[in-house]
Design a protein around this ligand. Structure first.
Ligand SMILES: *[C@@H]1O[C@H](CO)[C@@H](O)[C@H](O)[C@H]1NC(C)=O
Ligand SMILES: *[C@@H]1O[C@H](CO)[C@@H](O)[C@H](O)[C@H]1NC(C)=O
Ligand SMILES: *[C@@H]1O[C@H](CO)[C@@H](O)[C@H](O)[C@H]1NC(C)=O
Ligand SMILES: *[C@@H]1O[C@H](CO)[C@@H](O)[C@H](O)[C@H]1NC(C)=O
Ligand SMILES: *[C@@H]1O[C@H](CO)[C@@H](O)[C@H](O)[C@H]1NC(C)=O
Ligand SMILES: *[C@@H]1O[C@H](CO)[C@@H](O)[C@H](O)[C@H]1NC(C)=O
Length: 258
């Protein structure tokens, strides 16, 4: 009895530990000394965040929404969110709530910011962001393990991974309502590469294409040789890993022989 309870306790601790969500952010337009709390921009921002990320919000089917609050130009606040396509409504909402909490910790005096987590992105600014492609606001994160200690293996793996990601990007552009794609391919007989790309669905096809190309290029620039990598930009995100990280089944678009 005690042993099995202990076992349950240990596995709970372990699964909680591994379930820690990746979080990163980009703080922009920092205000100088004082906090933005007392300004009318801030009260508009609170309105926007209340309608994008609070306990009782109704989420959109397409995992994307934008809002604004205020009508007098310097004080209008704008916000939007994007959840990963496979994420269920509850998980999307919980992710947005956590991202909202991150604002106070990570960007406490910024008039604009992007908060990324595994399952969602939350973004706000004092300017309208809808339909404006932004790939320059981004973060890159690498899987910490090399795919191999051989340079030649690393090069081959990354060549395959980059081809795979480019094909995923093309397939994301075929359905303008979706603007995402996921798939997996076999690599070196026994291994697999799992990939995901997504744009905010307010973008045009060519703007999405542009954001994905730039971001896929940055994967190699920052993470060449690693087992996986992601680039999270304000208008799109791209990621591949050597393990399954999204719930959707493979689309079966492509297969790379290696
Ligand atoms: C600003 O507002 C946030 C949330 O409403 C609060 O947590 C924080 O303490 C406030 N900061 C200041 C300096 O008043
Ligand atoms: C501004 O915030 C400070 C403390 O954060 C508070 O004492 C003061 O009353 C606030 N001013 C206004 C106009 O809300
Ligand atoms: C947003 O805030 C920045 C910094 O305060 C300011 O320079 C810029 O003009 C503002 N943009 C708009 C559209 O109000
Ligand atoms: C803005 O503020 C954040 C957090 O407060 C800080 O990490 C970042 O470096 C600042 N950016 C600039 C340009 O000062
Ligand atoms: C493929 O797998 C074999 C056997 O595990 C290994 O020796 C080889 O280095 C791998 N090749 C690449 C390109 O990773
Ligand atoms: C942005 O929000 C406005 C107001 O809610 C809405 O009319 C518009 O369709 C939204 N745009 C997109 C691309 O979702």
């Amino acid at each position: 009895m005690f042993v099995s309870l202990l076992f349950v306790w240990i596995s709970t601790v372990i699964s909680t530990a591994t379930a820690v969500e990746y979080e990163t952010h980009y703080c922009d337009l920092n205000t100088t000394s004082s906090h933005i709390n007392n300004t009318s921009y801030y009260s508009n921002l609170v309105q926007v965040l209340n309608s994008l990320a609070s306990d009782n919000i109704i989420l959109n089917d397409n995992q994307f929404s934008n809002m604004s609050s205020g009508s007098i130009p310097p004080d209008i606040a704008y916000g939007l969110y994007l959840c990963r396509a496979d994420v269920l409504q509850n998980d999307c909402r919980n992710c947005l709530l956590k991202a909202r909490e991150d604002i106070d910790n990570s960007c406490p005096s910024s008039k604009a910011a992007v908060l990324w987590r595994d399952n969602c992105m939350l973004r706000y600014a004092n300017y309208s962001m809808v339909s404006v492609m932004n790939s320059d606001t981004y973060r890159a994160a690498c899987n910490k393990f090399d795919i191999s200690d051989q340079n030649s293996d690393q090069n081959r793996f990354w060549e395959d991974a980059m081809n795979f990601m480019s094909r995923l990007a093309k397939s994301a552009l075929t359905d303008q309502k979706k603007m995402f794609a996921n798939d997996e391919v076999s690599y070196n007989h026994t291994k697999k590469i799992y990939g995901y790309v997504q744009c905010t669905p307010d973008l045009s096809v060519s703007a999405c294409d542009n954001c994905l190309q730039v971001s896929i290029g940055r994967l190699a620039q920052y993470c060449h040789g690693k087992q996986g990598a992601r680039v999270l930009a304000a208008s799109c995100n791209v990621r591949f890993e050597s393990y399954k990280f999204i719930q959707f089944q493979a689309a079966g678009l492509t297969s790379i022989s290696c």
